[in-house]
Design a protein around this ligand. Structure first.
Ligand code: XMP
Length: 318
């Protein structure tokens, strides 16, 4: 019978044997998989694990600083790299969803490669790949591994991709990864996080991405997600988020006519992201959330709720 403790014990022993005194680099995403992989490696090789957490400027509100602090609190040797400007620059005037994804993947690889070069004599690249990632092409983990897979580098592989690869979670399913994390005392908030796509808010801003649109969507998203938590609904939902639509609509505020942005809220139930049903959130909750968003987020005058299931609608709008 599979138990998390036996898995941890065996994996840590294997990692010690395999890695010896070698240095290992790992990209943390803030998600469950890369975090659990990091904890296992940390347990096995301590300071020889070099973690890199890249801020692509497309994360949730305060996510970069909050999660970085949390990682440091876990004793991880982690470096936060704020590359927001580089990502925004690469996305400038780009509206095509696939080109946006490619641009983000490319910059991530450039940034990660630069950082990996700073680690003298690094031998291994660790990844939080889990079993479903091995058999599916789209990873729902949002981890750096997902970004790397969709990359096509014509000039040959970046140097860090020539490193030997170590993937301690390769044979586990998501629920097993969560149990391993829990057994190692990982924070419940980190363990229970909704999946979040690697390209982040860029694929929830339909059309071109600007710093101002990211800021607006971060505010909207934070109100929605915090509202779900406060209402005790967060853990009942598999994934939730908001989309910033490329349309303005007419509204009225006082005596003034407004012409402002519309956001769509999406919450789905799913087991693996391959199929998904929209969640029947209580009307009172939707009412309060809509009021909060329109009252607090300047530039938004309309909120709609997405009642489409997958298939045929995907979870993300891009
Ligand atoms: P869709 O939108 O295809 O999403 O129904 C299924 C799951 O995958 C996530 N997703 C991504 N994750 N890079 C990622 O790392 C991507 O480009 C990407 N696109 C979608 C999505 O958030 C959902 O969990």
């Amino acid at each position: 019978d599979w138990t998390p403790n036996a898995f941890i014990e065996e994996t840590v022993e294997d990692l010690k044997t395999k890695l010896g005194n070698d240095k290992v680099v790992l990209g943390l995403s803030g998600g469950v998989d890369s975090s659990v992989a990091a904890m296992l490696l940390h347990k096995a090789i301590g300071k020889n694990l070099y973690c890199i957490f890249v801020n692509n400027g497309l994360l949730r509100k305060n996510e970069f600083s909050d999660v970085l602090e949390q990682y440091k609190g876990m004793g991880l040797n982690v470096k936060g790299v704020d590359a927001s400007a580089r990502f925004l620059d690469a996305l400038k005037d780009e509206s095509d969803p696939e080109k946006k994804r490619k641009a983000i993947g490319r910059v991530f690889i450039e940034v990660f490669d630069d950082e990996a070069h700073l680690i003298e004599d690094v031998k291994w690249l660790a990844q939080g790949t889990i079993y479903p990632d091995v058999i599916e092409s789209v990873s729902a983990t949002g981890g750096p591994s997902a970004t790397i897979k969709s990359h096509h580098n014509v000039g040959g592989l970046p140097d860090f991709m020539k490193l030997k690869v170590v993937e301690p979670l390769k044979e586990l399913f998501k629920d097993e990864v969560r149990r391993v994390g829990a057994s190692m005392g990982m924070d419940k908030n980190l363990l229970g996080r909704h999946p979040f796509p690697g390209p982040g808010l860029a694929i929830r801003i339909l059309g071109d991405v600007t710093a101002e649109k990211v800021r607006i969507l971060q505010e909207v998203d934070a109100i929605f997600i915090n509202g779900l938590k406060q209402a005790g609904l967060y853990d009942k939902v598999w994934q939730a988020g908001a989309m910033l639509l490329p349309v303005n609509s007419v509204g009225v505020m006082g005596d003034e006519r407004t012409y402002e942005k519309c956001v769509a809220l999406r919450a789905v139930e799913s087991t693996d992201g391959m199929t998904a049903d929209w969640v029947n959130l209580p009307y009172e909750f939707l009412q309060k959330t809509s009021n909060d968003i329109i009252n607090k987020v300047k530039g938004v005058n309309r909120v709609v709720y997405d009642i489409s299931s997958k298939p045929p609608a995907t979870i993300e709008w891009e």
